[in-house]
Design a protein around this ligand. Structure first.
Ligand code: ZN
Length: 144
C-alpha cells in the first residue's frame, strides 16, 4: 500500500478518480476507486476532523493506495499543520517540551516527531509545483 497526499478538495479528488485522471505513483497506471480506508479523527490546531480516506487501486500493477488530504499524514493522529508547526518551532531553536506545551500535545509525542523528521530529512525532495504529487510519507511514520 502506498499513501498519496492530495492538495485538492475531496470532491475534486473523487471526480478525478472516477474519471481516471489520477495515476499510480508506482507505475503511472490509471487508478480506480477501491473503497475507503479506516475512519479516524485528525487533530488540527483549532479543531478535530473526522477523516475517511478514499482508497484507490491501480489497474496496471494492482497495488492499492490511500488518498489522504494534504492536511493529514499517514499513521499520525495529528494533522500536517500541527506537526509542521512543531518542526518550524524546532528549526527556530525551541525544545520539544516547550513545543509540546504550546501545541497541547505530550512531550514524548513531539519528541518522536522531531526525531523521526531528523532521521528522515534527507528523503524530502522538491517536486513539480502545481501538481498533486504522491509523497512517500513512510519517513514520517517511521517505518521506511
Ligand atoms: Zn500501479
Amino acid at each position: 500500500m502506498c499513501v498519496m497526499a492530495m492538495s485538492a478538495e475531496q470532491v475534486v479528488v473523487e471526480a478525478d478518480l472516477v474519471a481516471g485522471r489520477l495515476c499510480c505513483p508506482v507505475c503511472d497506471g490509471p487508478l480506480v476507486p477501491w473503497g475507503f480506508a479506516r475512519e479516524r479523527t485528525v487533530r488540527l490546531l483549532d479543531e478535530t476532523r473526522l477523516l475517511r480516506p478514499r482508497r484507490a487501486c491501480c489497474r496496471r500493477c494492482e497495488r492499492t493506495h490511500v488518498l489522504l488530504p494534504a492536511w493529514a499524514l499517514a499513521r499520525r493522529r495529528d494533522g500536517t499543520e500541527v506537526i509542521g508547526r512543531a518542526l518550524l518551532a524546532k528549526a527556530n531553536g525551541q525544545g520539544h517540551r516547550t513545543i509540546a506545551a504550546a501545541l497541547g500535545r505530550p512531550a514524548g509525542t513531539v519528541r518522536g516527531w522531531l526525531r523521526t523528521f531528523t532521521r528522515r530529512a534527507g528523503a524530502i525532495t522538491t517536486t513539480e509545483a502545481g501538481r498533486d504529487v504522491p509523497i512517500d510519507v513512510k519517513w514520517l511514520a517511521g517505518d521506511a
